[in-house]
Write a protein that binds this ligand. Structure first.
Ligand code: FES
Length: 241
């Protein structure tokens, strides 16, 4: 797999430090997969792993948070600028195999991959999204979700607290989760009591993105696994948080 050059379609700020970058890529992408992105030629800045937010008519959207030099550069991109992309990478989720009542649980920018997942699911979907700032990207979920539950540490009108405080696992046939590890660990623990299957999308730091450097490894029941090519989707009970 090699980097290819693509063009920016749009790059929109949706909240403080949160952007949605649309790239004209044209790939067939599975929900839960990601790309390595860079808009620079040389090190020292590594390409950034960014999960796919949604795909429409050959345009792949990425929702990302500005956290350092690489994502700061991404946030400055304008339509028709060039970006180098490697992907799609990772196992992704076979969304069609899930039926019944499904909970999507996100913390912060962990909401990013949930939209493409929601689009592929066939069931009654509830979104639980927790934020430590003003909520973002929520409206895009309204046509796919039956219920949307939001917590926000910042804005009035939302429950203040952890998203796990308002989530009841016993109602669901399957749970899909992405966000801080402490949150995913708690969700897995809660679901164990009801034998509810949980899938987690891991977001470890990455270097190569293609399985060569082991920089993204996480501990599982079967030993170390590479999040980039063995994941990013894992069964929650397999991960040793
Ligand atoms: Fe190199 Fe995953 S980032 S093995």
């Amino acid at each position: 797999m090699e980097y290819k050059e693509v063009l920016v379609y749009s790059n929109i700020k949706v909240e403080e430090d949160i952007y949605v970058l649309s790239l004209i890529i044209g790939d067939d992408v599975k929900a839960g997969q990601f790309y390595m992105l860079k808009a620079w030629d040389e090190e020292p800045i590594l390409a950034r792993p960014i999960s796919v937010h949604s795909v429409e008519d050959g345009v792949v959207k990425f929702a990302y948070q500005v956290k350092g030099r690489g994502t700061k550069i991404l946030s400055s991109l304008k339509p028709e600028d060039k970006v180098y992309v490697l992907g799609p990478i990772g196992n992704g989720l076979d969304t069609q195999k899930f039926k019944g009542k499904i909970a999507l649980i996100s913390g912060g920018i962990g909401i990013a991959p949930m939209l493409q997942i929601a689009k592929g699911l066939d069931g009654e979907i509830d979104l639980y999204a927790g934020f430590n700032k003003s909520p973002y990207l929520i409206d895009e979920f309204r046509k796919y979700c039956t219920n949307i539950y939001v917590t926000s540490e910042k804005d009035e009108g939302y429950f203040k607290g952890f998203i796990t405080e308002i989530f009841n696992p016993f109602e669901y046939n399957v749970v899909i989760c992405c966000g801080p590890e402490v949150m995913m660990k708690r969700v897995v623990e809660m679901c164990k009591n009801y034998a509810t299957p949980v899938y987690v999308l891991m977001e470890n730091k990455m270097a190569c993105g293609v399985g060569a450097c082991l920089g993204c490894a996480c501990n599982t029941k079967e030993g170390k696994k590479r999040v980039c090519v063995d994941g990013p989707v894992f069964k929650g009970t397999d991960v040793m948080f």
